[in-house]
Design a protein around this ligand. Structure first.
Ligand SMILES: C[S@@+](CC[C@H](N)C(=O)[O-])C[C@H]1O[C@@H](n2cnc3c(N)ncnc32)[C@H](O)[C@@H]1O
Length: 421
């Protein structure tokens, strides 16, 4: 997908791994081992940081950012344990979206010590990047990183959104990025910060209940208003954040709607990675557009059907009318990820199932020699779950049919977070 220094084609994963190696950031280890090694290497600083993390876990308002950015080595050690897996998955999503950024301006809000923004800036030499964060030592390290990487298309400023807009001289950005910042900025108590893993099991979720419970007009959303002012007319705001429940995700979407942004459900996704304690984590990645007159895409409309669940596997749109199913299936711009064919031993016929993604929307299409056709449209984020169902279904079918199957392009599977068996 891209070229390294020796001009060899390398994959997005390889590029990201090489980048982390180059800036001296490794991977995470078991928590006990991490704290032991940290204390051994950094002594008192490690103990102070440990106390700070513990205080935060106990709900105290303490700021770990100044402490963790005392030196590049310390900041890198903390990032390896707490941030790299998240930033790696976010970067993978970003690179695979293939944004056209030449001559554009990109802003990262809450860029910390610049790990993500410097990585992206190395790939887009003709794009101007700005990173802001109120933490002075973090920005100092971000600048050192950019210098070490010989980047000339990036600048970092010590600023909050609030102070940045005052000095920005009406500059606007085509793309604004923000990773795990807004859950800390928005009004206290609005979001349930104790839940950081997206719950799949909340089947009682409904938009009406959530809207009734949540009254956005009471909430001060100054930072989001400022962000919208910094976005160009057709700009995009991409956020990854700790919305641990579907309610919180919906509140986040509603808050953005309040300031005039609209969410593209079809472009939005889930970032999956292994958290610092070894547990799998899922963070919603939301994509918002400023242009309220942007045409609604067919896949947006159909994905909207799945809006209440968003990540709920049961949220789907079923087309059972055979003619309509076949017609819509024929019209989809399909990228196949899975196919299987079952020829039944009792001579009753053949059944085929194909699954894939079309314009950001997932589909499962089933046909049978009897003329049966069924099309199921689902959010692409849940294809991952469907892939497991397919494995199970095939396992049952082998007892009564001769079964053939194949998986699609490994790059596409990896983009959709579907592990190759
Ligand atoms: C949880 S950290 C996330 C850092 C980085 N984006 C990442 O994902 O690794 C939150 C960051 O937001 C920054 N921050 C806090 N208040 C801010 C504000 N008002 N405007 C911009 N950034 C802010 C903090 O200094 C910190 O670096």
């Amino acid at each position: 997908m891209t070229k390294n220094n020796q001009s060899k084609e390398i994959t997005a994963e390889q590029f990201i791994d090489q980048y982390f190696k180059k800036i001296g950031i490794g991977g995470s280890v078991k928590p006990e081992q991490f704290w032991r090694l940290l204390t051994k290497k950094f002594g008192k600083l490690a103990d102070e940081f440990g106390d700070c993390v513990e205080a935060r876990e106990n709900g105290q308002k303490v700021d770990p950012y100044v402490l963790k950015n005392q030196t590049v080595e310390f900041a890198n050690a903390i990032a390896a344990q707490f941030d790299v897996a998240k930033l790696r998955s976010t970067a993978l999503w970003f690179l695979r979206e293939q944004f056209q950024l030449n001559d554009k301006k990109v802003l990262e809000v809450g860029c910390d010590n610049g790990i993500l923004l410097c990585m992206i800036a190395t790939l887009f030499p003709d794009t101007k990047f700005t990173g802001i964060d109120p933490c002075e030592p973090a920005i100092k390290i971000a600048r050192e990183r950019a210098k070490y990487l010989e980047l000339t298309n990036i600048e970092f400023q010590v600023a909050t959104l609030d102070t940045f807009i005052e000095e920005s001289n009406q500059t606007v950005f085509d793309l604004i990025l923000s990773v795990t910042v807004f859950h800390e900025l928005l009004a206290d108590g609005l979001f349930d910060s104790s839940k950081t893993i997206m719950s799949y099991s909340n089947s009682t979720f409904s938009i009406e209940d959530a809207d009734n419970e949540f009254i956005p007009k009471c909430v001060e959303i100054y930072d989001l208003k400022v962000l919208t002012l910094l976005l160009s007319v057709d700009g995009k705001f991409i956020s990854v954040d700790r919305w641990g429940t579907q309610y919180d995700l919906l509140k986040w979407i509603r808050l953005n709607e309040k300031v005039g942004l609209c969410c593209s459900i079809a472009s939005s996704n889930m970032i999956r990675f292994k958290g610092s304690s070894g547990q799998p984590e899922i963070l919603p990645l939301t994509v918002f557009y400023k242009d309220s007159k942007a045409p609604l895409l067919a896949c947006d409309v159909l994905s909207f059907k799945a809006y209440p669940g968003f990540v709920d596997v049961t949220a789907y749109h079923l087309i059972e009318d055979m003619m309509v199913a076949e017609m819509i299936y024929g019209a989809l711009a399909k990228e196949e990820i899975y196919f299987h064919e079952c020829v039944y031993n009792d001579g009753s016929g053949t059944e085929r199932l194909t699954m894939g993604v079309a314009n950001g929307l997932g589909y499962v299409y089933t046909t049978a020699t009897t003329g049966f056709r069924r099309l199921v449209l689902i959010p692409s984020a849940v294809l991952y779950e469907k892939a497991h169902e397919m494995d199970e279904a095939r396992g049952h079918a082998v007892n009564v049919a001769s079964v053939k199957h194949h998986w699609g392009d490994p790059n596409l599977l990896s983009r959709l977070n579907i592990p190759l068996n």
